[in-house]
Design a protein around this ligand. Sequence first.
Ligand code: M6R
Length: 599
Amino acid sequence: MCGIMGYIGEKPVQNILIQGLGHLEYRGYDSAGIAILDTTTKTIKVQKMLGRVEKLKQTMKPVAGIMGMGHTRWATHGRPSDVNAHPHSDCKGDLALIHNGIIENYLDLKQDLLSKGHHFASETDTEVIAHLIEEELKQQALKQQKTDLKTDLKKAVDTTLKKLIGTYALCVLHKNFDYIVVARNGSPLVLGLGKGENFFGSDVTAFIAYTKNAVYLNDFETAVVKKDSIQIFDKSGKPVKRNSTTINWDVEQAKKGGYEHFMLKEIFEQPRVVRDTLQVKISDDVVKLCKSAKKLFVIACGTASYAGLVGKYLIEQTAKIPVEWDAASEFRYKNPLIGRQDVLLVISQSGETADTLAALRLAKEKGAKVIGIINVVDSTIARESDQVIYTRAGPEIGVASTKAFSAQLAVLYRLAEKLSSTGKNLKLDSLPALIEKVLKQNDAIAALAKKYFMVYNFFFIGRNVMYPIALEGALKLKEISYIHAEAYAAGELKHGPIALVTDQVPTVALVPKNALYSKMISNIQEIKARNGKIIAIATEGDQEIKEHCTDVISLPKTDEVLYPFLATIAVQLLAYHIANLRECDIDKPRNLAKSVTVE
Ligand code: M6R
């Protein structure tokens, strides 16, 4: 959460920062700010405000500078406001600091700093870091009078970091130094290498328009970023040599390409995404690991966890291997019974989700092996996994995850095939064309949305492998339209939630022609008997379903195991069109951030 972007080079920095922050807004958008070393006055100029980057762009004053940094915030400590926006400064305004993460001991540190006479402008945890560095530089300056040692910003940052408990990606700009110091522990930070200019960002989208050469920082590393060099240091201060990675996607892929929203573009990319991801080779090492595991676990958060739940059903049913599934935020605190002979599959689009990363680290501590199913190459979870399978979704910008989910399913289906001792062929190659057919119903689904966009509550129901798709459908609707939606395994409705069914509470029933079709029909009847309206997501040519349901979205006829992919597209489009009719901010829903790097 929070987006960080920085530049040092020869070009005017202000527009570079604003452009980069625009690409990072999916990480948070409560407030935005920039700090630039003004070339004329040799002072730090901070401009920041509540609201989006666009607002900052419209209102900021031009500052001449070639060195600066910016931040887009997802609030943790301190409500979204002008003063709580980053960058933060020391008492004199000589330094500016931006931070992504949480400083847990900030209250103690603040107390101490207040007693030393520091003045605080904000309610944030971050501001203490700026004052701690100020204090360190003050101490250095005092020593300097006696020893002739020069003040050293990097040293001041290092000493400060030792006092912090918590997580951070942080960047420090000071008027007296011709470099920016950056550091990371628990929040992502990546450096971009240019010619006569260098960049840093929370992810490569910040600077992909300028360079494709990236160097990822690891936890407890710091770097000194100058215009023509970057030096990385480990925890003990030793220099670290690291080769750069070439980013294999393009700035065009991170643009809307004529669609009204990133989410719609990303929904429509799914035939390509699934086709590409099905080409990904699952290595023999991965297969061996999974087959030799005493217990196989699948762990993730949010949408990725629902992909994991589909994976659990599928691996158990196709490969006959039992799988334990959990949300990462639960797994990490329940003292899980995982050990040396076990294997943990972690799934993450961003590869940076704090709870998923913590679950991975816990499993490794206990001796288990970890296989990551990850979209962002070289992300923290990818780097810390023993084996990685990369999904090929490309950059996902919409905060609501869509194409990453389908890509995760594609990997899990391939894995299930590989793990089946009978060499089961799930006929996955037909998927891109089938998905195209569902996408052709976009207009029909948009029309259907007009009937339902004003309701306050929705149910989603499904059975077996369609149940996680019901969960995903409800999550999509909640996140982007703010309509309350609950998903249930269809047989569970009558154990309580059916009390809420009225003609004002529609149910989306995932009822393709499969082995549980008649069970689903019974559940639909139970809802109908209580005046509930039903939108069925069913199989084309199914005449019977029309008699039971108010509206029907038809999926092309296929093998029953493939319906989760197709129903996913339908629920995504339904959520999208409902949210659009409600004029919601689809790509940046309130209170959310794309990458949840705090627990
Ligand atoms: O980057 P990750 O896949 O680890 O993210 C996991 C969840 O935070 C994410 O899927 C979230 O639930 C999305 N907003 C869902 O649309």
